[in-house]
Design a protein. Structure first.
Length: 313
């Protein structure tokens, strides 16, 4: 399948490479899904807090089936999900799932308008080129007052590895190439939800720190997770051994603990929004308040610009 064009003509990620990485990871999971399971559990907690039921939900990306496994069997799912459909990017990811599933690209969703009561996604959307376009498609696939709840990696993810590789490549090769994929930051994500037309948008973030024996073990784990670099401008050949060893040494020198283990930071952005509906709360019109703030605070109201003087407050 060819890479779909981004709406603004800009492609950051090679989607064919993303497919290859995910297919390889799905073929040999080997316990490397720990980050997906942890984030799926946090998404499940957020769902449970809503105290709503969602008759039909979509798991967009369905990475390692972590979200479906976390929510539990269909007869007793967490978070009010009654029926879950998985949408994976590759056939290899869909092969061992138990939920109803389809294979489709997050950038080109095949769903009819108002198909789902909820769309969920666990660590899949940070590889999308046209994220604003994908969010608009998701919003259209939701029924009125439908929930969008997603987790994606944020801009501070793997900052330690990024800096170590940058320094090592500069020293060893006299130049740099993209080594770690760029990620959206908190402000970007909030703006994108509003731009896509979601009501009541909320974005917050968590930091998950994982320790490794060394930077090379971290890189191997990222490969097994299907999370290796897929930027358009990346170097496609093998990295120089000297550069990787230098990066590992710099990583350890700057971050290793007393036992020699190095930390890897994953910033996870949690996005929540609702498909607009007439039943949702709306902001009051200016001047329509039934009570005065000054009365509630037991103070004297003054026009803007007046100096404060003696008063109740």
């Amino acid at each position: 399948m060819a890479n779909p064009p981004a709406a603004d003509g800009l492609r950051v990620f090679d989607r064919d490479a993303v497919r290859r990485h995910r297919a390889r990871a799905a073929a040999h999971p080997g316990g490397h899904d720990f980050l997906f399971r942890e984030v799926a559990d946090r998404l499940g907690d957020r769902l449970a807090d809503l105290r709503r039921t969602f008759p039909l939900a979509l798991d967009l990306g369905a990475r390692f089936h972590a979200l479906g496994n976390t929510l539990g069997p269909s007869q007793n799912r967490r978070g009010g999900i009654e029926r879950l459909v998985e949408c994976t990017l590759t056939a290899e990811e869909a092969a061992d799932g138990t939920a109803p599933r389809i294979v489709a690209d997050e950038e080109l969703l095949p769903f009819a308008h108002a198909s789902f009561d909820a769309v969920l996604s666990c660590l899949a959307l940070h590889w999308v080129n046209d994220l604003p376009g994908a969010l608009i498609q998701i919003r259209r696939a939701l029924k009125p007052d439908g929930l969008f709840l997603a987790a994606m990696l944020g801009g501070d993810t793997l900052v330690e590895l990024r800096n170590a590789l940058l320094e090592a490549e500069t020293a060893e090769e006299g130049g740099v190439s993209p080594r770690v994929s760029p990620f959206a930051d908190l402000a970007d994500a909030a703006s994108l939800l509003q731009r896509a037309g979601f009501a009541l948008p909320v974005v917050d973030s968590d930091r998950i720190t994982v320790t490794y024996p060394d930077a090379l073990a971290l890189m191997r784990d990222l490969r097994a997770m299907g999370e290796t670099n897929a930027t358009i401008g990346r170097r496609t050949g093998f990295s120089r051994r000297a550069t990787l060893l230098a990066a590992a040494a710099r990583y350890a020198a700057g971050h290793a603990d007393k036992d020699g283990r190095i930390p890897a930071t994953f910033q996870v952005l949690f996005l929540t929004g609702w498909s607009p509906a007439d039943s949702q709360q709306k902001p009051l019109r200016p001047g329509s308040a039934a009570t005065r703030l000054a009365d509630a605070l037991d103070t004297t109201e003054r026009p803007a610009g007046d100096k404060a003087g003696p008063g109740k407050g």
